[in-house]
Design a binder for this molecule. Structure first.
Ligand SMILES: NC(=O)c1ccc[n+]([C@@H]2O[C@H](COP(=O)([O-])OP(=O)(O)OC[C@H]3O[C@@H](n4cnc5c(N)ncnc54)[C@H](OP(=O)(O)O)[C@@H]3O)[C@@H](O)[C@H]2O)c1
Length: 281
């Protein structure tokens, strides 16, 4: 099987690392980069999420996909992961910071530990991996970094911790794209809307609200992991050569229109009192 969109050999000879690359959106990104000829490493914490995926994707692509156990919150683990890739391949051209996660909770229910964990994974974890890859390879040799975020431009009730972390990632991406332009590093963010992938399946309690939200998406359907992967592949390859510091949204128009889910009304709704001008009394 080949890519439905891109040329097969466009990333031939390049090495990519996809965090969380064994599940959902990350697996679709791995598949797409692999179709285009890149040697792909996938990294996450659970062997059950990376080992069967690396085997399955290797068979599907006809080229080896490598699995490394790594926790993006742990700087030693991140450094060891990058060092292993550089030792085995001698280069690391593309980093996709896709690994992440959060839990749905009203702000007043987020515990200090819950807040810290979501920031540590989604903001600091992205920074840890970015710095390790930059220090190990890209500051000297250039490269492309794509950060997977979420819809941050309006609000995201129930996800205060994650929308704060992802907004931080987008600001970091813009800033690094300026600082590291002279190093030949392009950085962009891809913000998925509602994507039918393993990430949504892990919120059983939230599925009802997710169904409620589908009519609120202008294109009236959730996206697919492959549709997010196409945007990542576009930015990772030569089509993206003049794009840096941007957030590209893949959301079927969601961010432009509609509610996410209903928010509760206050107990006493104020009466509508429209003051009259004196001459209208
Ligand atoms: N699906 C959506 O609608 C949607 C929308 C907006 C944004 N996103 C974001 O897109 C990304 C992929 O989502 P998905 O739907 O494919 O969900 P997913 O399958 O839950 O993917 C999350 C991946 O991140 C890895 N991960 C989590 N914590 C990690 C850590 N500390 N170190 C290394 N890897 C870690 C997980 O693997 P391990 O558990 O093995 O570590 C898993 O492979 C996530 O960042 C998600 O928040 C998804």
């Amino acid at each position: 099987m080949t890519s439905r969109i891109f040329k097969d050999d466009i990333l031939e000879g390049q090495v990519a690392l996809v965090t969380g690359g064994g599940t959902g959106i990350g697996a679709a990104i791995t598949r797409e980069l692999g179709h285009q000829g890149a040697t792909v490493y996938i990294a996450s914490r659970k062997p059950t999420n990376i080992e069967p995926a690396a085997k399955g994707l290797s068979e599907e692509l006809g080229r080896e996909v490598h699995a490394i156990r790594a926790d993006i919150r742990d700087r030693d683990s991140v450094k060891a992961c990058v060092a292993q890739i550089l030792e085995e391949q001698g280069r690391l051209d593309i980093l996709v910071n896709n690994g992440g996660g959060q839990f749905f909770a009203p702000a007043e229910m987020i515990s200090p530990n819950g807040w810290d964990a979501v920031i540590a994974t989604n903001l600091t974890g992205t920074w840890n991996m970015t710095r390790a890859v930059a220090d190990g390879w890209m500051l000297k040799n250039g490269g492309r970094i794509i950060n997977i975020t979420m819809l941050t431009r309006r609000t995201f009730p129930g996800m205060t911790h994650s929308v704060a972390a992802r907004s931080g990632v987008e600001a970091m991406t813009r800033t690094l794209s300026v600082e590291w332009a002279r190093r030949g590093i392009r950085l962009n963010s891809v913000a998925p809307g509602f994507i039918a992938s393993s990430g949504l399946a892990s919120y059983p309690a939230g599925l009802a609200v997710i169904e409620q939200m589908i009519p609120q998406i202008p294109l009236k359907r959730p996206g697919t992991a492959e549709e997010v992967a196409w945007m990542v592949a576009f930015l990772a390859g030569p089509a993206g050569d003049y794009i840096t510091g941007q957030t590209l949204t893949v959301d079927g128009g969601k961010e432009l229109w509609g509610d996410y889910w209903p928010i509760p009304d206050p107990e006493d709704m104020p009466d509508l009192d429209i003051p009259k001008e004196p001459w209208d009394q």
